[in-house]
Design a protein around this ligand. Sequence first.
Ligand SMILES: Nc1ncnc2c1ncn2[C@@H]1O[C@H](COP(=O)(O)OP(=O)(O)O)[C@@H](O)[C@H]1O
Ligand SMILES: CCCC(=O)OP(=O)(O)O
Length: 363
Amino acid sequence: MSKELILTINPGSTSTKIGIFKDKEKILEQKLEHNTDELEKFEKITDQYEYRMDLIQDVLEKENMKLDKFKAVVGRGGLLRPMPAGTYEITDKMVEDLKIGIQGEHASNLGGLIAKGLGDRVNIPSYIVDPVAVDEFEDIARISGIPEIPRKSLLHALNIRAVSHRLAEEIDKDYSSLNLIVAHLGGGISVASIEKGRITDVNNANEMGPFSPERAGEVPVGDLAKLCFSGEYTLSDIKKKLRGKAGLVGYLGTNNAKEVVDRINSGDKKAQLIFNAMAYQIGKEIGKMAAVLKGKVDYIILTGGVAYSNMLTSYVKDMIDFIAPVEVYPGEDELEALNEGALRVLEGKEKAKVYEEEVNIND
Ligand SMILES: Nc1ncnc2c1ncn2[C@@H]1O[C@H](COP(=O)(O)OP(=O)(O)O)[C@@H](O)[C@H]1O
Ligand SMILES: CCCC(=O)OP(=O)(O)O
């Protein structure tokens, strides 16, 4: 049997997306949405491995896509050690770091684990591309205010880089000549400043910035400290409260922004206030990044699943379109970007990076 396909796997906090490609052509795409109740029963993210793997295998079986048809498997890379962008082969050390959650817990940690698990079964290579741990920060962006707690570059690097390249192509400019602000609005939210092709600053999408469908973002730290020591919560409870049970889930009980829009359209005033507040915080974060770029912003891009909502993008545009022209690319180009990252390596245009050679293993 000829091995001509590439399998791409993108686990997010609210969904698992699967794509099958023949060269650059996407021949299958499936989005499996996970509601809050489904995910709540898992103590840790890595506990979701079997659950998400089974769902992926079910899709492959239903579509009669046997593993021996594939020449590579590519997963979204997770919260690994700070690293340059690129395509990486999945090594044992990477697997170890994904399992520990070396920079924290997030669904994307499962991308590399599942890709490696499937690839090893049929002895084909497995890769990750532009993981959420891509770090191109200016040193000044690392300082938080507490020496023991540096700011971290954790973001939707895969889609942010993909849509920035897409815009550059559309306006016929070189990516490395542009200053951009890109806000990825998914289960988590990243708002990044891109200076001449380099991501110089971003809120840590797992812990900072605007609140999101399932995350707290920035909260008043004094009150958070009191909550932690109230005796009512364990560390695990607090982590879940901040990621998974916060944001839209905390206020409205759902991680599904579409459902929130439906509630607003049926007259739910609380849903309207909370949705507007999320938009307001996104607008404020974009303003911060405009200051990072000293006002020299060529374009602002709004992307990710929540950018499908006109209600939200209109609110944000109204706050920030004085800064620069705003482009909306709803959804994400992540499956395509995973496929193209693997293709560049398989076609010999690029050499796969080796994790152990690119990161500081002793940190
Ligand atoms: N048409 C839509 N209108 C509003 N929100 C949407 C729409 N489509 C998807 N979303 C929301 O986008 C969010 C998921 O975004 P996505 O980028 O797919 O995130 P993830 O990769 O974290 O699962 C969910 O809250 C989902 O309800
Ligand atoms: C940790 C940053 C990536 C992120 O938040 O992704 P999702 O929106 O898919 O949860």
